[in-house]
Design a protein around this ligand. Structure first.
Ligand code: HMH
Length: 206
């Protein structure tokens, strides 16, 4: 089992996570401002939760995976600052309540932290890979959303996702059958949470 094989086995749901109407609307500029604002604030909350997940993952990592995971953590710390600057510039309130779809996703990651390393790594690869593919769908993106498209489609981010994929592939190769099963489950749940995240942004009207 490889990361690529997981994608293929779950292809329909993967497509839902990476081709959502939200992204077509970012591309053609029809995304309602309120929809964007909902996504933006919830994604900030999500990244705040993702950071401690990645920090715990680094603590479990074999020597060979430390560099990519440490770089990922630093990028997230920087990303939070970027979100905060964007919020100021766009007049968005980052204090808004955490939506249940976002909270459930972060809680899922938290729970995953007590499971096998390989399942956590596969989940991290999947959620980053989904963002890379999803925002690539929105390219080049209409203003005022183009900066967001660039953030998750630039070559540096692409390389990061590739390195995570290589690490996940190695970990899967060395995993026991039980660990592989945990990784498969974590993969599937991650894809479902990603779909729900777009749905939430699309549906919330407040
Ligand atoms: C919901 N998934 C979600 N938000 C993100 N920022 C990423 C993945 C990738 O960083």
């Amino acid at each position: 089992m490889t990361p690529q094989a997981l994608k293929e086995a779950w292809a329909d749901r993967w497509l839902m996570a990476t081709r959502h109407p939200f992204l077509a609307a970012v591309r053609d500029g029809t995304l309602p401002q309120q929809t964007f604002a909902t996504w933006f604030v919830q994604d900030y909350h999500f990244v705040r939760g993702l950071l401690p997940f990645q920090a715990r993952l680094l603590a479990l990592a074999p020597r060979r995976d430390q560099a990519v995971l440490a770089r990922g953590i630093l990028a997230l710390v920087e990303e939070l600052g970027w979100f905060e600057d964007q919020a100021t510039r766009r007049g968005l309130n980052l204090q808004a309540a955490v939506h249940p779809a976002c909270r459930n996703y972060v809680n899922f990651l938290w729970a995953l932290s007590s499971g096998p390393y390989v399942a956590q790594l596969v989940s991290l690869w999947a959620l980053e890979r989904i963002y890379f593919e999803a925002w690539s769908e929105a390219r080049p993106g209409a203003e005022p959303y183009r900066e967001f498209v660039e953030r998750w489609t630039n070559p540096g981010f692409g390389r990061y996702v590739q390195e995570l994929e290589a690490a996940a592939e190695r970990a899967l190769r060395e995993a026991t059958e039980k660990e592989r099963e945990a990784a498969r489950e974590a993969f599937q749940e991650t894809v479902e949470h990603e779909i729900r995240f777009w749905e939430m942004s699309w549906e919330v009207k407040t």
